[in-house]
Write a protein that binds this ligand. Structure first.
Ligand code: 13P
Ligand code: ZN
Length: 252
């Protein structure tokens, strides 16, 4: 069984990160999903499904993805029953999926669109994580200007300045699971590794799931501090000079 074969290498990372997402309170019910683009090529023993947007860049690539409706707390305990192995076939016009329970996540359009960009432009980024960070979602409802929201977040503390500066974009609300959300997210991922979905959550890419999680943790903590500061978050944030000092000391 190809799914079981792929799991041995990735199970510890997937289970640990799924557990952390549940612990953080970002994975209520079936919220969130994740995927890993695998190094080797595997042949899922399952059904074939058409893709509404062809992804020729991913032809022959295999991915591990959470199943639709799966819970992170269950994934942490039982990865085999909450994951699917997907292979893109037919020059990107279809995929074959193997899962012991249920079909692939409803956010497949975003996962495939983003992996199609990463495989060419940032091939070391194999992992994608989508989750519902509480404070970040709250702040996206309050601050409607995207530039202002981003600026507020990066001024909350030095790690936010370092990890999110020129590495975070905010998208306006789109229907979950839609091709439109996938296309907009993939466009943003060309420039950044963290994409905020206003009124919904965040998607992050990384070399592995842990580094994708780092971005979400920092963004949610920055949002939490901004909410604690309320109307004063603008005047209280790190100044231009303080940001400059951080980038001089720790930037690339
Ligand atoms: P799935 O259970 O289909 O992965 O959906 C969860 C989610 O967060 C949708 O945005
Ligand atoms: Zn979601």
């Amino acid at each position: 069984m190809a799914l079981r074969e792929t799991l041995s290498e990735h199970e510890p990372e997937i289970c640990a990160v799924a557990g952390l997402l549940a612990e953080r309170g970002w994975a209520e019910a079936n919220s969130g999903n994740l995927s890993l683009r695998l190094g080797g090529s595997f042949d899922p023993a399952g059904e074939r499904f058409p893709l509404s947007i062809p992804r020729p860049e991913l032809e022959g690539h295999s991915l591990l993805l959470t199943t639709g409706g799966s819970r992170m707390r269950d994934l942490a305990e039982n990865p085999l029953e909450n994951l699917c192995l997907v292979k893109v076939v037919d020059v990107g016009r279809a995929y074959v999926s193997e899962g012991t329970r249920g079909e692939v996540t409803s956010e497949l359009p975003s996962h495939l669109a983003v992996h199609a960009v990463l495989v060419k432009e940032r091939p070391d980024h194999h992992a994608l994580l989508h989750t519902h960070p509480t404070f970040l979602i709250a702040l996206t409802h309050l601050v409607k200007d995207r530039a202002e929201l981003r600026d507020t977040l990066i001024r909350m503390f030095p790690e936010a300045a370092l990890l999110l500066h020129e590495n975070l974009e905010i998208l306006d609300y789109r229907t979950p699971g839609s091709d439109e959300l996938g296309v907009a997210t993939a466009e943003a991922i060309r420039r950044v590794s963290g994409v905020v979905w206003r009124g919904h959550g965040m998607l992050a890419s990384g070399a592995n799931l842990y580094s994708a999680l780092d971005l979400v943790e920092v963004a949610d903590k920055a949002a939490r501090i901004a909410l604690l500061l309320g109307d004063r978050s603008k005047e209280c944030g790190l100044s231009d000079d303080q940001l400059k000092g951080i980038y001089e000391a720790f930037g690339d």
